[in-house]
Write a protein that binds this ligand. Structure first.
Ligand code: SF4
Ligand code: SF4
Ligand code: SF4
Length: 182
């Protein structure tokens, strides 16, 4: 190969190499910028996102913000011990107390005879556990219900009640939940 051809070829390949490097670098910088390295985002990622307000905050993000400022990491009932452990690891904070939540939380149930089909309960449910057409009986998909009680206040005829699964047919909670899943 003679020199007049080799030199431009080398220049060209070096330029291509530099261009490729700068593309990769730019992509990495952009990807790094998009990473949820903000502490609140990282905390929020550990939460179940059911927006049920059982933690005492109006949703998961507000609770994540509070945790970032030192709030107790054991307040998320749907997340339970799993979420608390994840937060403990993430924040290098001790488990604040033995997890106290009811391992078999109650679920909501609609008294069918009284339901007027207004749909207000379905609109209030953060996990879409309530189904039904307007003006018709609504039902709760009990396997999805977290027992958050958010559907109770909106019901104009007060026909939603919380029931203990352990009281259903005398079976254990887990067995009933398994039955509901099937
Ligand atoms: S209790 Fe848990 S799932 Fe419910 S809003 Fe609070 S952080 Fe979210
Ligand atoms: S208690 Fe009511 S609002 Fe809460 S998850 Fe169950 S059905 Fe939905
Ligand atoms: S809010 Fe009450 S009356 Fe209305 S659909 Fe739900 S259970 Fe029925």
């Amino acid at each position: 190969m003679n020199a007049p051809i080799v030199v431009p070829a080398l220049v060209l390949s070096s330029s291509a190499f530099l261009l490729a490097c700068s593309i990769v670098l730019t992509e990495r910088i952009l990807r790094r910028k998009q990473k949820p390295d903000d502490l609140i985002d990282l905390i929020n990622e550990q939460l179940p996102q059911t927006q049920c307000a059982q933690c005492g905050y109006p949703g998961c993000l507000p609770y994540a913000k509070a945790v970032a400022q030192g709030e107790n990491i054991s307040l998320c009932k749907p997340g339970g011990a799993t979420t608390q452990s994840a937060l403990s690891l993430l924040l290098n904070r001790p488990i604040e107390h033995a997890y106290q939540s009811d391992p078999h939380p109650p679920i909501a149930r609609i008294r069918e005879a009284d339901c007027i089909g207004c749909g207000l309960c379905a609109a209030a449910c953060p996990v879409d556990a309530i189904v039904g057409a307007v003006n018709y009986l609504h039902s709760i998909l009990e396997v999805h219900c977290t027992g958050c009680e958010l559907c109770l206040p909106p019901c104009p005829v007060d026909c939603i009640e919380l029931i203990e699964l352990t009281n259903v047919s005398g079976s254990s909670t887990d067995a009933v939940r398994q039955t509901l899943v099937r």
